[in-house]
Design a binder for this molecule. Structure first.
Ligand code: NAD
Length: 417
């Protein structure tokens, strides 16, 4: 079996951690049990480009149990958990991922995962799909469809579809309610604060924390930072989101102003050069910069490199940039997803729902083989609702049901006051 990981002897530790994450993934466990009986992926080859974590391992094992012939590679050079990668290889899932790999190895790993000639692709950020369409076009005729995990990937795929460049159907897992309501908000919220804490050990209470972008992720980060006592400032470009932030009790201002007062800056916009050269000029001495958006382009790192006269690593995942005027700026995790670089990514409990969407969306693609034209599709609503129902059940939470009278009322229009 071909694979490329850091150290195979980490497998024992990885298996224990995968088992630990699995305890918080009851929905995936139920799906795995059904897949084991029904084998929906018998004879199906899947290439997955995902963060190689213990939660991804639980998804991988569920797909494998469903008969899939699965190969995995990393969706980010810094997000791999080397012990999880070793355990995956031990479980018979070829994995190409090493934490800290350089860009060249990162893309080599994607190419290796594509040698599998997949029938289904699973992406987190659309690097796999984009490689297929740009460099391995011959694979397209074998591909039934794919899934995409994150906001940034979906933006790229929709742009591809608009250009007429997308050649097979993709299900936008991120857009399921049981994904972004929980994963992006509570998962990114908690794990981003966790990553910054692990990297720096700062006290959040009393800090001025600037969150750039008040989308699903930004809302979660702001809420958790405020919960720890930080004074949160939001920067936005969308007037409605800015209004929402203001009414959620945060200060809202342009980044050019926030740059002068912030202690910690966190970007989660999915956009590029959000913290740019003009902002570096205004930052206070000791300002901390972190990104939790998908790619490492939200902070203009090349500009920071140009401005710095000296750079040194002062702690794991903390780089100190000394500027000519004597100010020091601290960049965390090379500007890559800080929750995965310096912490363990989202807690398993939210990945349970995100990956339940992945598993069921892949099954849906197989069931509808040949019926879906190239394009970006939502997760079918019944799948989304079923995942919500199963998660509530696993959490021992019961809810009310509509009475017959209420159902009829909601479907009618005749009755008013
Ligand atoms: N760290 C993680 O584990 C994780 C998890 C999920 C999503 N993501 C990534 O996080 C990013 C955000 O995802 P989301 O679901 O919150 O997206 P979203 O579309 O809900 O929110 C992004 C927000 O950023 C704002 N924005 C864009 N450019 C801006 C700028 N220059 N200044 C200020 N605000 C700006 C947009 O108006 C929008 O409100 C994406 O790259 C996504 O892929 C990361």
């Amino acid at each position: 079996m071909d694979y490329d990981i850091k150290n195979k002897s980490l497998a024992k530790q990885g298996k224990l951690r995968i088992e630990w994450a699995g305890r918080e993934m009851p929905v995936i466990k139920l799906i795995k049990k059904r897949f084991s009986r029904e084998k929906p992926f018998k004879g199906i080859r899947i290439s997955g480009c995902l963060h190689i974590t213990t939660e991804t391992a639980n998804l991988g094992l569920a797909l494998q149990e469903g008969g899939a012939d699965l190969v995995l590679c990393a969706s980010n050079p810094l997000s791999t958990q080397d012990d999880a990668a070793a355990a995956l290889v031990d479980y018979g899932i070829p994995t190409f991922a090493i934490k800290g790999e350089n860009n060249k190895t990162y893309y080599q790993h994607i190419t290796s995962a594509l040698k599998h000639k997949p029938n289904l692709t699973v992406d987190d950020g659309a690097d796999l799909v984009s490689t297929v369409h740009q460099e391995r076009k011959s694979l397209i005729s074998n591909i039934i469809g794919g899934t995409e995990e994150t906001t940034t990937g979906i933006i790229r795929l929709k742009n591809m579809a608009e250009d007429g460049a997308l050649k097979y159907p993709i299900i936008a897992v991120n857009d399921a309610q049981t994904k972004h309501f929980f994963d992006n908000r509570y998962g990114t919220g908690q794990s981003t604060v966790d990553g910054i804490t692990r990297a720096t050990n700062i006290l959040w209470a009393g800090k001025k924390v600037v969150v750039c972008g008040y989308g699903w992720c930004g809302r979660g980060i702001a809420q958790r930072a405020q919960g720890l006592g930080a004074q949160v400032i939001i920067t936005e470009v969308n007037p409605i989101r800015a209004l929402e932030a203001a009414m959620d009790d945060y200060q809202v201002m342009p980044l050019a102003e926030a740059a002068k007062v912030g202690d910690v800056f966190i970007t989660v916009t999915g956009n590029r050069s959000v913290i740019d050269q003009s902002h570096f000029a205004k930052l206070k001495d000791g300002a901390i910069l972190a990104n939790s958006g998908h790619f490492n382009v939200e902070i203009n790192i090349p500009a920071l490199e140009r401005l710095a006269k000296k750079k040194r690593q002062v702690r794991p995942f903390v780089e100190e940039y000394s500027l000519v005027d004597g100010r020091r700026i601290f960049l965390l995790g090379e500007g890559r997803l800080i929750n995965l670089a310096a912490a363990e990514g989202h807690p398993a409990s939210v990945m349970d729902m995100s990956f339940a969407n992945q598993a069921l969306a892949l099954e849906h693609l197989v069931k509808n083989k040949g019926k879906l034209k190239p394009g970006v599709y939502p997760v079918p609503e019944q799948i989304d609702r079923e995942i919500g129902r199963l998660k509530l059940k696993a959490m021992n939470i019961n809810i009310d049901t509509l009475t017959r009278e209420q159902k009829k009322y909601l479907e009618s229009w005749e009755a008013g006051t």
